[in-house]
Design a protein around this ligand. Structure first.
Ligand code: NOJ
Length: 512
């Protein structure tokens, strides 16, 4: 009898473990992809007529910005190995591949009106044609952090003139590739560009204008996005029939305690870190709470106007509704608590929120990255409620490790459980999520962490001249998910074991 009980309880536990995963199929037309970006994978930093970007410049002049003094000079060498990459994408079975175009490969000098580099143009022409030949849609990010250094020399994203330079660059891309590229992302992760690049010196161009740079940069980036969206609508949409959006990074922020203060803090965090971009793109202007708080604090701090710039009425009209889809990068959940005593001026003190992690949530590679799948569902529901259920595409999500491990069970668990929560958000909460891309296709240059943090479905041997690529277990799991259009019951394939359990059970029942 006790053997029977043991077996039944084993099966019960097994069922509960597997049962937590959603058994829904992905909706019709749901699309899977993987993501990458030019500086992180291409290498060939000075080949084929390419100009110098802020990452080339910063890391050549100060290698200490990055752990182990590494840089993206060679990275995964995808500039030369793109055919091999495409063969692997084909094997993975993705419907789209998200990659970014290097601004300085196309327009080496960066400035509006300056020359287009034919070798650079050819590289992306070949890549796009080869993807389409394999039935994979190119999903192109126009700007993924590698600003031409020439533009940084005149202030980069802090100088409003960048809007014209960006419009010229985007127009060049629409003219060159728009006949074949049907989905465009203007800008990837505004907050990371602006807060980490211009206010806390963690990403290029490594400036530290706390509480000021972040807003000037964000303002110009939003104007640049809006202008490019309208440009496409007015001049290209009718003939090219594509879609334009941008990508905002979103942690889900969970109140640290159930106090009213912490609950408000969590909402403030979402508004100051996600709403700062989503609110203008959807409704035309910054979230009211941001405008109020920053204006009041700026006044107290001795500024003669708000550190958060204002949009004109015309700009509000231009930015409002400037999206065909809302691109969201989601990795994790953090804790938020109210704190009115943070160093000023800064985005964090404007927000009045201190963030932390819950040490009981799994994760030890990057301080901010924990395994919290339920937070993903909460985020999607919040987006639905706050922005009137927009069409969302998740354009990054993934798990980092410090080891090269090919048997990456934690990454497998991450995708299984996050995708499961996403399915519940779609079917049970009515969220319009139409695609998901894993970050990342390959291990890559992970910005200030260099090559120490690995996100790839594919391991890359950065020690080998050939940058050898080997698919991990998560590659097979992602492929199984795409092929079966659902989350297979268990990574150990329950269907193989069920008959065995059944025979054991019958045998035990006979014994009693
Ligand atoms: C978001 C960025 O877009 C990407 O470049 C980066 O590697 C991942 N997050 C992981 O940190």
């Amino acid at each position: 009898m006790s053997i029977l009980k043991g077996t039944l309880s084993f099966l019960g536990v097994f069922h509960i473990v597997c049962g937590e995963l959603s058994q829904y199929s992905f909706p019709d037309n749901f699309q899977f992809g993987v993501s990458s970006s030019a500086y992180q994978i291409e290498g060939a930093w000075n080949e084929g007529g390419k100009g110098v970007s802020i990452w080339d410049h910063s890391l050549h002049s100060n290698p200490d910005y990055v752990l182990n003094k590494s840089n993206g000079d060679i990275a995964c060498d995808s500039y030369h190995k793109w055919k091999e990459d495409i063969a692997m994408l084909k094997n993975l079975g993705v419907q789209f591949y998200r990659f970014s175009i290097s601004w300085t490969r196309i327009i080496p000098l960066g400035y509006s009106g300056s020359k287009v580099n034919e070798e650079g143009v050819k590289y992306y022409n070949d890549l796009i044609d080869a993807l389409l030949a394999e039935g994979i849609q190119p999903f192109v990010t126009i700007y993924h952090w590698d600003l031409p250094q020439t533009l940084e020399n005149k202030g980069g994203w802090l100088n409003e003139s960048i809007v014209e330079d960006f419009v010229y660059y985007a127009k060049t891309l629409f003219e060159l590739y728009g006949d074949r590229v049907k989905r465009w992302i203007t800008i990837n992760e505004y907050l990371q560009i602006c807060e980490y690049g211009y206010s806390s010196a963690t990403l290029a161009p490594f400036l530290n204008l706390a509480g000021v740079g972040v807003y000037q940069c964000s303002h110009h980036a939003l104007l640049a996005h809006g202008r490019v969206y309208r440009l496409y609508q007015n001049q290209f949409k009718a003939s090219q029939k594509g879609e334009v959006g941008s990508v905002i990074q979103a942690f889900w922020c969970e109140p640290k305690t159930s106090s009213m203060d912490d609950q408000l803090a969590a909402e403030h965090y979402m508004q100051f870190n996600f709403g700062i971009y989503a609110h203008p793109i959807v409704y035309g202007n910054y979230p009211p709470i941001m405008m109020e708080r920053i204006e009041a604090l700026s006044d107290k701090q001795g500024f003669n106007k708000s550190r958060l710039p204002r949009f004109t009425e015309q700009q509000i009209e231009m930015i409002k509704g400037s999206f065909d889809f809302l691109g969201v990068n989601h990795y994790t959940t953090i804790l938020c608590s109210f704190n009115d005593n943070l160093p000023q001026p800064s985005l964090d003190s404007d927000c009045g929120v201190e963030i932390s992690q819950n040490s009981t949530w799994k994760g030890d590679s990057l301080w901010w990255l924990r395994h919290v799948p339920w937070g993903f569902r909460k985020l999607l529901v919040w987006i639905k409620k706050t922005y009137d259920n927009p069409k969302v595409i998740i354009l990054e999500g993934g798990w980092s490790t410090d080891e090269n491990d090919l048997n990456d069970v934690d990454r497998v668990q991450y995708y299984r459980e996050y995708l499961s929560e996403m399915l519940k958000a779609i079917y049970e909460d009515g969220c319009s999520v139409i695609g998901y891309a894993a970050w990342s296709f390959l291990d890559a240059f992970e910005w200030n962490s260099g090559y120490t943090k690995k996100f790839g479905l594919i391991y890359v041997d950065f020690g080998s001249a050939n940058r050898t690529r080997i698919p991990r277990k998560s590659f097979n799991e992602f492929r199984n998910i795409i092929r079966s259009n659902r989350i297979p019951n268990s990574s150990v394939h329950l269907e193989i074991y069920l008959p065995v359990f059944y025979i054991i059970l019958c045998y035990l029942l006979k014994l009693i």
